[in-house]
Design a protein around this ligand. Sequence first.
Ligand SMILES: [Zn+2]
Length: 411
Amino acid sequence: MKTKTRVHFIVGLILVSIFFGRMEIFSNQEKRIYVLFRLDDYSSKSLTAFDLKVIESFKKRNLSCTFGVIPFDKSGNTAGVPTQDPHLLSAEKAAILRDAVKQGTVEAAMHGVFHDQVARDKTFGAGEFLTLDYEHQLGRILEGKKFLERMLREPVDIFIPPYNAYDSHTIKALEKAGFSILSADVFGPAGHDSRLKFVPETTNLLRLREAIQATRKGREPSSLITVLFHLSDFEELERREAKLSYPEFEDLLSWVSEQKDVRVIGFKEAVQLLPNLDAERFMTYQKFFRIYATLPEFLRPFSKSVYWSQPTLSRFIVVGWTLLLAFYLVLFAFSICVARFLVSVRFMNSRAAQFGAQVLLVLLLGHIVYDRNMGRMDGIALVFLAGFCLSLWSLRLLRRQNREHQLSNCR
Ligand SMILES: [Zn+2]
């Protein structure tokens, strides 16, 4: 390259760097992190004193929270157990909710209808809606919606399925009943043709700080973090599985309200601010989640606690597959080295040891086929054993060829 051309090239490179640097600064300035709090299980059975405490905590910090409200609470009922009478949302609880909604502190969503566990599915476990036929689900949903809207004196079009469990009939029934937003977790179904907006929960109270920090590292202009919590997360109410104390929760809310780039929103606002919360993005999030779960922890360069945008999710899927492939190639090479080493120190020379390794491989394959599911540890064990057995088999073949060669030379 001539000196003049080289200078032009370097100057060009600097200008491009400055341009992209400015773009980065610009994107950082524009960056907005949206946080959505979802509190499930508000009903006549939930502890009113604590419901009021939570409302007050959000109100004094000028933040909002979406309450998943159960119209006829029959939680605790399971299939085959005699049913108890439902606890209808009382006038007192409805009035508390109406006030909080009016003040802009609470957004109301319907959290199932009875919140019982009358249905059961092999993969998702028990739930209110799974496996029930469409008519049955629609009947329940319409009954709950009509009652809740009467009690709250306003339309309700956000649905949170109890235990985050629902099926394709639930989606159709929700559309028919006039719901527009569905919030569960990452595992439920979605159809390309669904008109619903999908806003899954992505994290809990304990991981919120970490999720916010994770979004700051990326270039995403607007990320969404949906925090699911229950009153049972508080030590004051539930000691066994509690996640944090109430003062810690208040500290967390204060911290969130102090973050300049964080804005706390509700589901309806999320749909307006992030217009692409459709089924396609949800399905891409599911693909991303699968690859995330398959990657070993030390190889995960992104957080699963954020509902990233579609382009970011697609990018993470490509990066995830590349890392996964590289990891398994290294693991495969490592298993070959281990097999060779064990043979060299005469540890794996016996036929019994070699046969044992093959049996392990066959058993593992059988387990994966039987389960119809390959977990992360299954994948690691499978690749390692495959490389290990292949190496033993090739060494044995090589040794046999050498022996035959020596014999033919002797003749
Ligand atoms: Zn619930």
